[in-house]
Design a protein around this ligand. Structure first.
Ligand SMILES: Nc1ncnc2c1ncn2[C@@H]1O[C@H](COP(=O)(O)OP(=O)(O)OP(=O)(O)O)[C@@H](O)[C@H]1O
Length: 660
């Protein structure tokens, strides 16, 4: 049995429904060491036969046996392996990959072998040296003559040490000197014990071979032996073929990206701008959120929970509690809290202190004939931080703290310091336990001035003093809000939750507000705003994705021939798909890095510019923003490459090879 056997090969092309039979039952056997020329009239089916022998065409009937093993050409994987391990191609038009150097053109085939990097490099150099191009390694194909290009193609065809070399009009484009040299090389290849099959119109080529097969009208009409086949020397197998690794795909993609540096930098820049915008807006959202938190924390103690009664008795979530307390300020009499309720709170774990307080409406302050009025009179609790105080101290017995603007109404434009120690008369309205309105009053000394700009207009009195004046007026004296202190920040939310769930006779006792929950409400709006901005910026990412899709489609169109070459060298459809996805992922990766750098720089500049104004870094990008930007860039790049990559991988290798 011959080394390579073709048994009754039939092949037809179809034009619509019309069948055009091209090969009409070809049976041939080839041995190693033969240099066979296939001759025949133009259009006789020589190239078609070569494509079948080379495993590029799987649409035929008949059998192909190699080394006695039948090649199941319905199985793509088998044919891919066969091409990669057994076949080396040489074409009339050289089919070199233009963006790779001479050396890289040979290495690309060696990437599908078990040789290591160093061995691959050595073998490529040695082969190029053998074909007389040892000093042209760094050149690109367009810097070579026709003869030189064909010699690179020969070196590449030999790289994976295939047993079969197929040459389609190998000297068709060469002058006589180069033709001679190439023929000598082909003879040498056969003499090395390989099978060389060349399609040709040239008698000269045919006369160099060991055998001439002539085709006519889809059948073999003559098969002449010119001389004996070369003896097959004993050769040990130094390496084997294997599929392309993902690493090699990424390296190739990188080379291609770099070769079109300018075009690709623009795409990277475009995508990076989208990523930068998303990052900057998310960073700005974070910064504004934490700025607000910082501001609120500086005014109110986040470890203190504020509680009022819950007259309706329905469960109040954080948000509902806030709404309910706002309503309560219109009708504070509904909100009195009993000692029993206070005791319940004290029993909650992590609660260290429960401070009673009054929130009373409509009060008047008088000094001589000067008057100031306000809507809410509140007693001081630990909920306030000393940042609120502009001057002086919190009120003790017989003292109050005033807002600066109120002080000005009463005393004219004097300094806060001078207001301290002055006496004011306070009148306010409240109810008796029978709900009859009464007026309470007292004389108080100013112990501190509040920075109204920070905390809003308000007045804080001493709890015990207010209680005494309420008693004097025979008004009810139950407190109507509580400040409950929790021993650590971490426990505030958990403790607040327990407080919310306290019940008396099936009714929920309290409306509970934490600074955290207040902050959450504010931050929800800020986050919403920054998400909307980031989403708008995300549109530019979408544009980037479209840009990548278009580029990839253009790249597929531009590289159609290369795809054919790579398939002929043995790359699988999967490898072709990865060629494009990896290139797109690299684009996404570089864009993400550039986007990060720009966002980092812009954030830095913005922070620097605004620091003087607000004493705060307003752009705060965190790790999750960075990770998100990265993942988004990669996902977009990957998705953008899917369709073009699929298109590329589905190209018929023969059609791809014949692309201009
Ligand atoms: N994809 C195709 N669809 C339809 N017909 C095709 C296709 N490819 C080739 N043919 C036809 O099949 C016949 C054989 O073509 P093939 O290229 O194998 O001939 P050839 O002997 O190599 O010719 P040449 O020596 O001119 O290169 C021709 O008539 C050609 O027109």
């Amino acid at each position: 049995m011959a080394f390579l056997e073709l048994i009754d090969i039939h092949k037809s092309y179809f034009l619509g429904k019309e069948e055009l039979p091209v090969l009409k039952g070809i049976s041939l056997g080839f041995e190693k060491g033969e240099f066979v020329s296939i001759l025949g009239e133009s259009g006789g089916g020589k190239s078609t036969l070569m494509n079948i022998i080379g495993g590029l065409d799987r649409e035929f009937s008949g059998d192909l046996l190699v080394d006695g093993q039948k090649l199941d050409h319905t199985q793509e994987k088998q044919v891919d392996d066969y091409r990669r391990a057994r076949i080396g191609y040489i074409y009339q038009s050289y089919n070199l990959i233009s963006h790779l150097t001479v050396l890289e053109n040979v290495l690309i085939s060696l990437e599908m072998t078990t040789l290591n990097r160093q061995q691959r490099l050595e073998r490529a150099k040695q082969l190029l040296h053998q074909v007389g191009l040892g000093d042209q390694l760094k050149k690109h194909p367009n810097q070579l003559s026709g003869g030189q290009k064909q010699r690179v193609a020969i070196a590449r065809a030999l790289a994976s040490d295939p047993q079969i070399i197929l040459a389609d009009e190998p000297t068709g484009a060469l002058d006589s000197k180069n033709t001679q040299e190439v023929l000598e090389l082909l003879k040498q290849i056969a003499a090395d014990g390989r099978l060389v099959i060349a399609v040709t119109h040239s008698q000269e080529v045919a006369s160099h071979g060991t055998r001439v097969v002539h085709m006519e009208d889809g059948v073999i009409d003559s098969d002449r032996r010119l001389r004996a086949a070369y003896p097959v020397p004993e050769r040990k197998v130094e390496f084997e073929s294997r599929t392309l690794t993902a690493m090699a795909s990424y390296q190739n993609a990188f080379k291609h990206l770099f070769y079109h540096f300018q075009q690709n930098s623009l795409i990277v820049l475009g995508t990076a701008i989208g990523i930068f915008a998303v990052l900057l807006f998310s960073g700005l959202g974070n910064g504004v959120n934490s700025y607000i938190q910082d501001q609120i924390d500086s005014l109110a103690n986040p470890q203190v929970v504020t509680i009022t009664n819950n007259p309706a008795g329905k469960y109040l979530s954080e948000q509902k509690a806030q709404a309910s307390v706002q309503q309560a300020s219109n009708d504070p009499t509904q909100r009195t809290i009993t000692q029993k309720q206070v005791n319940k709170l004290k029993k909650i774990k992590h609660v260290t202190k429960v401070q009673t307080g009054y929130q009373l409406s409509n009060y008047t302050l008088n000094v001589g004939n000067k008057k100031a009025t306000g809507s809410t009179l509140q007693t001081y609790t630990a909920a306030y931080t000393s940042n609120v105080l502009k001057q002086g101290s919190w009120p003790h017995q017989g003292e109050i703290v005033l807002d600066r603007s109120m002080g000005e109404q009463l005393f004219g434009n004097i300094s806060a310091k001078k207001m301290i120690g002055k006496k004011v008369q306070l009148n306010y309205n409240w109810l008796t336990s029978a709900s009859q309105p009464v007026q309470a009053s007292g004389s108080y000394k100013i112990s501190g001035i509040i920075d109204g700009k920070k905390a809003g207009t308000m007045m804080l009195a001493n709890y015990a003093s207010i209680k005494t004046s309420l008693q004097k007026a025979k008004a009810m004296t139950s407190p109507n809000f509580l400040s409950v202190k929790v021993n650590s920040m971490d426990q505030v939310e958990a403790a607040a939750k327990k407080m919310r769930h306290l019940k008396t006779d099936g009714k929920y006792d309290f409306a509970v507000i934490t600074i955290g929950s207040l902050l959450k409400t504010v931050n929800r709006y800020v986050s919403l705003a920054s998400t909307v901005l980031a989403a708008i910026a995300g549109i530019s990412l979408l544009v980037s994705a479209l840009m990548i899709i278009v580029t990839m489609y253009m790249s597929v169109a531009e590289r159609t021939k290369e795809i054919g070459i790579l398939r002929a060298l043995g790359e699988r459809r999967k490898d072709i798909r990865r060629l494009f996805t990896s290139e797109s992922l690299l684009l996404g990766f570089f864009a993400a890095i550039l986007g990060l750098v720009i966002a980092w720089a812009a954030g830095g500049i913005l922070n620097h510019a605004l620091y003087g104004l607000i004493k705060y870094n307003i752009v705060q990008m965190n790790l999750s923003n960075v990770i998100f930007a990265f993942v988004a860039a990669m996902v977009i790049a990957f998705i953008a490459a899917l369709l073009p990559a699929r298109k590329a991988s589905r190209l018929n290798p023969i059609d791809a090879l014949s692309a201009e």
